[in-house]
Design a protein around this ligand. Structure first.
Ligand code: NAD
Length: 339
């Protein structure tokens, strides 16, 4: 099953088991042609080992595409720890995880993800040098993620609506967390009219209040009459069913894995919805990590994030040339950069 899998073509998959600390973990290195594999360390109570393996294979491959589209000298990797972060995460287990990362000799660099925090990565960093995103004074990657979404959004409305700026356009943001709240501020500063929703309605209200946005109920945001829809909450938000309620001409947001499956990209194309591929729109986070690790220069970071607009233009040109969806066009660009 593993060596003949059509979808997965990983360089290496390594398993670790440390009975003393209870660590059960998998590190998948997908592709290192652009540089060492980088990706977060997720901790989750997976129902079984195959679920953990499937997750780490899928996520590490996604990181290869994200690093390539973000044009940074890294490949794709990911780590998963099997266990409930609320009850099974101990400093000893995290240090054992660090030893596991160290054993790969720098082929994989870890960072935080669902179920792990920056503080956890600092503990992992006690036993390995190969960690990112924990330097004191480093910027918050969510700020770069939100800025990258803004850069793509400006370009998307220029291409699809012929609008030179966001001024006066209605931007509906789903999710008022790290990315959504920062994006709301940036869009408002650009003159956009923000409408925001979160399942935590108090959070949505407080972000609306501080940015001059309006807030609506969480179940109203997808069908809002708006110019841009910015998903900044959960994955798989667009399915064959949910796209039917869309009225927006542009989708550009920070959430990962926005499409439930590949057929949704074609459906969006048929509906003439300009979809900014999710891993391009949110590449700012990983680009930020690259600058934290290698070149701590805010000016160079901003210039790099601004270049996401050119990549979106390239996607649009390739989609037109190949008559394919924007998601497929992004994959073609990424693959040409890492194969
Ligand atoms: P977060 O947890 O800070 O915020 C997510 C918000 O979405 C929460 O406030 C949550 O209550 C809300 N939410 C959940 N379900 C919702 C729903 N159905 N309707 C409305 N709101 C809902 O997370 P974040 O760091 O802002 O990340 C948001 C998304 O962006 C995630 O998909 C994440 O994987 C992706 N992403 C984040 C970064 C980053 O730098 N933080 C980088 C790349 C990708």
């Amino acid at each position: 099953m593993l060596f003949n899998h059509d979808e997965f073509d990983h360089e290496s998959v390594t398993f670790a088991h440390d009975p003393d600390t209870g660590l059960k973990a998998i590190i998948a290195v997908h592709n290192r042609r652009r540089g060492p594999a980088i990706g977060g360390c997720r901790m989750m109570a997976y129902p079984d080992e195959i679920s953990a393996l499937t997750d780490v294979l899928r996520l590490s491959k996604g990181m290869t595409y994200k690093c390539a589209i973000g044009d940074i000298p890294f490949g794709g990797g990911k780590a998963v720890i099997m266990g409930d972060p609320a009850t099974q995460k101990t400093p000893e287990l995290l240090r054992a995880m660090g030893t596991f990362v160290e054993q790969l000799g720098g082929r994989y660099i870890t960072s935080f993800d669902s179920g792990t925090t920056i503080d956890d990565i600092a503990v992992i960093g006690e036993t390995t040098r190969h960690v990112g995103g924990i330097k004191p004074g480093a910027g918050n990657a969510s700020a770069s993620t939100a800025y990258g979404v803004l850069v793509c959004m400006r370009e998307a409305v220029r291409i699809r609506l012929g609008a030179e700026t966001l001024s006066g356009l209605v931007v509906a943001i789903q999710g008022a967390g790290n990315v959504g709240s920062r994006l709301a501020k940036l869009v408002a500063e650009d003159g956009g009219r923000v409408v925001i929703a979160d399942i935590n309605q108090d959070l949505a209200l407080s972000v609306a209040e501080s940015t001059g946005a309006a807030s609506v109920k969480a179940d109203e945001i997808l069908s809002m009459d708006c110019d841009v829809l910015a998903p900044c909450a959960l994955g798989a938000v667009f399915s064959a069913d949910s796209v039917k309620q869309l009225t927006c001409p542009v989708i550009c947001g920070g959430a990962n894995n926005q499409l439930a499956d590949n057929s949704v990209a074609d459906e969006l194309m048929e509906r003439q919805v300009f979809y900014c591929p999710d891993y391009l729109a949110n590449a700012g986070g990983i680009i930020d990590l690259h600058y934290q690790l290698n070149k701590p220069s805010r000016d160079a970071l901003k210039a790099h994030l601004d270049r996401l607009a050119e990549t979106l233009q390239d996607c649009h040109a390739i989609a037109a040339e190949h008559r394919c969806s924007m998601a497929s066009a992004a994959d073609l660009i990424a693959e040409a950069r890492f194969q």
